[in-house]
Design a protein around this ligand. Structure first.
Ligand code: ADP
Ligand code: ZN
Length: 734
């Protein structure tokens, strides 16, 4: 008999560590990389996965601890392991923290709960069965081998008590078994007939299908709102399914995608497997297993779905690729679009980036900016016209310097008339203001005291519905004060500026007969509430919808005739270099909601700076000219996507320590003629959730290997335990 030889297994743990630790496995073969194991770690037991590479600091075998359990959870596939390493390398996030993203819900790993069920037992039928017995035996069927029925269900069908069923099992007439209840997902059917595509859709769809067949390529699917981008990439989804491969679709706000799911069902007959933060832990567990076992054919999810253990991918789609919510800002900072492109390369499948307002990164890579040649393997697919007869909505700028709203109001006369007129014509309106709450500023009328958050460098926003002042960064809140904490004056609270609640109040006074709804994260806190409101709007139960950027996303409201933008200048203020790009995207998307079907729509945009390039681009509809100007400015400033940038944020509860650490870090920066280190300076929000923040910006030209430089620099740094360093490659705001 051979002696079992212990093997050394490297185990990656979900901790901020870059390397696996070695463990011993007493006997048997080493589990394959990606297998789930439980190991002792200090006083704790941790879930980890077997990694493909040994720890670089080997420990004497005698001192190694042993793996406690090897779980029978399906191992993470090799392509996912490779992808995790890529994400860690690109974002300078410790590998163990990337693992945490991949096993975000450990409940996904718990075994499926087993339920008591019964099937026909071995005992022969009694000569004179009682009525209950006869009903039960009829319900479970004649044959002992038939599929078991869950006890609760059987009791209901046969009108039998749990005790009666137990007795029948004791008598041998039933056989008790335990069943795994997680079933499996439905399979979308690619053979159902698609909509008849129009000629421009046909061309784009054919190109995507060819990419699916070639198993490579990156396509920018660039189409105006209503051009049918979804219908077009559905053809690529169908092609991948026909080839027996899987599909991953990333959407910005899965919460708002009921309309998307409906369309998917219309095309493919079944729902895809949805993955988002609103799932219960039981749903997560089941769905994660379906995916790990290869049962899920199409997975649609928010950015975290990028780390699911899908295999055999035939296509990845990133819809609304410009959307900011693809950037994960905490616990491992990454951009889901950029990482999706890398995952597609690792999986050997094509990727589609769909948008009406592509990010400058994508514009540049697709060779659209006129600046550089397109990157190899990138394709630009253009859908310049809406599907069908709907003409593009007319867009009009309202110059607030000339057409000032009435005193204390925020809607100009022109916009008021448009709302009234739309209501009379039996149409719907949408008002957009990217500001939650009632008023952005709360102050004392007597002494001018302004209310600010104690945990953040931010003013408090007044929320009238709740009679509270709230911080939008950390969630801090206080009741509306009865007197000023600074001068003591009673009833002196003044609320200044508009938020959506205040706009709703104004519209209610103006059009008391209109049915008004407000859509912000305050009024529709859950995914279901948001879906219900979108459904109510689509069903014409709402006349005027007022909301923040939540309303800008790809909803399709056939009777929406008028879109009003209350303050187009909001996003343009401040020194952020991406401000113009973002404002353009947001306003263009909002405007795209108007007049989606036969009746012509109009868009009214209130602004104090009608000559601003963003507003001129919107008014003229000349997106490409605007993009050229933006790219030229980024070129000039050496900023992304034409230069490279990283932000290093140092944060901690004690300001002097944070400042000292930032100064020391800056001093330690290695000299490199192609790299500039700017700062330290206060981060844009200098105090956030009770932590002080200092920032260094690292700028380099596009050819420089910024990650290598940062690794060389940061790897040697030691910080006080009260200071944390966060690396943000390609920060969204700078
Ligand atoms: P986009 O994503 O480009 O804004 P959508 O894919 O949402 O456009 O399409 C807009 C609307 O037009 C949807 O209601 C869609 O069902 C409809 N549509 C698009 N293409 C077709 C087509 N070929 N036949 C019928 N309806 C279509
Ligand atoms: Zn705060």
């Amino acid at each position: 008999m051979a002696f079992p030889v212990p093997v050394i297994v490297p185990v990656l743990l979900p901790l901020p560590l870059d390397q696996p630790y070695d463990y011993l496995l007493a006997n048997g073969d080493a589990p394959s990389p990606g297998s789930f194991v439980v190991v002792p770690f200090g006083p704790r037991e941790l879930l980890g996965i077997v990694w493909s590479r040994r720890s670089p600091r080997p420990v004497a075998t005698a001192r190694l601890k042993s793996v406690q359990t090897v779980l029978d959870t399906p191992p993470l596939p090799p392509t996912l392991l490779a992808f995790m390493q890529t994400v860690a390398d690109h974002t300078l996030t410790p590998l163990g923290q990337v693992l945490r993203l991949a096993i975000a819900s450990t409940s996904a790993l718990a075994p499926a709960p087993l339920k008591l069920a019964y099937r026909r037992g071995p005992a022969p039928m009694p000569v004179k069965p009682s009525i209950v017995t006869a009903r039960v035996l009829a319900a479970v069927g004649e044959v002992p081998g038939e599929a078991p029925i869950v006890a609760a269900e059987l009791g209901k069908r046969a009108k039998a008590s749990a005790a009666a069923l137990r007795q029948l099992a004791l008598d041998g007439l039933l056989q008790a078994v335990e069943v795994d209840t997680d079933g499996g997902p439905a399979s979308p059917d690619p053979e159902r007939p698609p909509l008849a595509l129009d000629p421009q859709q046909e061309v784009a769809a054919a190109e995507l299908v060819a990419m699916v067949e070639a198993k490579s390529g990156v396509a920018l699917l660039d189409g105006v709102p209503g051009s049918g981008k979804t219908e077009v990439y559905f053809e690529a989804v169908a092609a991948a399914l026909r080839a027996g491969r899987k599909v991953l679709v990333l959407l910005p706000e899965i919460a708002l995608s009921a309309q998307w799911l409906e369309r998917f069902v219309r095309r493919f007959g079944e729902v895809p497997v949805a993955w988002h933060s609103g799932l219960t832990s039981a749903q997560r567990r089941d769905r994660w297993r379906w995916i790990a076992r290869g049962q899920a054919k199409v997975v649609v999810g928010a950015r975290s779905a990028l780390f699911l253990p899908l295999t055999d991918l035939g296509l990845i789609v990133v819809d609304e690729e410009h959307d900011q919510s693809f950037k994960q800002e905490e616990g491992g900072i990454y951009h889901a679009r950029d990482m999706a492109i890398r995952r597609a390369a690792i999986e050997g499948c094509p990727i589609v980036l769909a948008s009406a307002t592509p990010s400058l990164e994508t514009i540049l890579a697709a060779g659209l900016g006129g600046h550089v040649e397109p990157e190899a393997n990138w394709r630009h697919l253009h859908l310049p016209a809406r599907h069908g007869t709907a003409p593009a909505a007319a867009l009009e700028l309202i110059d607030l310097r000339r057409q000032r709203p009435p005193r204390g109001a925020f809607l100009s006369v022109r916009l008021r008339q448009a709302l009234q007129d739309t209501l009379e014509r039996d149409g719907q309106s949408l008002l957009f203001l990217n500001r939650r709450g009632y008023a952005p500023l709360a102050l004392c009328r007597a002494c001018g005291h302004r209310f600010r958050c104690p945990n953040c460098s931010a003013w408090l926003t007044a929320h009238r519905l709740r009679r509270r002042l709230q911080c939008h960064h950390c969630g801090y809140g206080m009741p509306e004060p009865a007197h000023c904490p600074s001068c003591g004056t009673v009833d002196s609270l003044a609320l200044s500026g508009p938020g959506v609640e205040r706009v709703a109040e104004e519209v209610r006074q103006l059009l008391p007969e209109a049915r008004i709804a407000v859509m912000t994260s305050d009024t529709v806190g859950t995914a279901n509430a948001a879906e219900a409101l979108v459904a109510a709007m689509a069903a014409r139960e709402v006349d005027i919808l007022i909301g923040t950027q939540m309303v800008a996303k790809g909803h399709h409201f056939p009777d929406l005739l008028t879109v009003g933008v209350i303050d187009a200048d909001l996003g343009l203020a401040g020194g952020d270099l991406r401000a113009s790009e973002r404002t353009f995207q947001l306003l263009y998307q909002v405007a795209g909601r108007a007049g989606r079907e036969a009746r012509a729509g109009r868009v009214l945009v209130q602004t104090h700076v009608p000559d601003h390039p963003v507003l001129q681009a919107l008014a003229s509809g000349d997106r490409d000219r605007f993009l050229q100007v933006e790219l030229a400015e980024r070129q000039e400033a050496g900023m992304p996507p034409l230069g490279r940038l990283a932000a290093l944020i140092l944060s901690g509860p004690e300001r002097p320590l944070v400042e000292k650490a930032a100064r020391e870090l800056a001093r330690a920066a290695p000299f490199d003629p192609d790299i500039r280190v700017l700062g330290p300076a206060q981060a844009p929000i200098a105090l956030l959730r009770g932590r002080w923040r200092e920032r260094l910006l690292v700028k380099a030209s596009a050819e420089v290997d910024l990650q290598a430089y940062l690794r060389g620099w940061l790897g040697a740094q030691k910080f006080s335990s009260k200071v944390m360093l966060t690396v943000d490659i390609d920060p969204q705001s700078f």
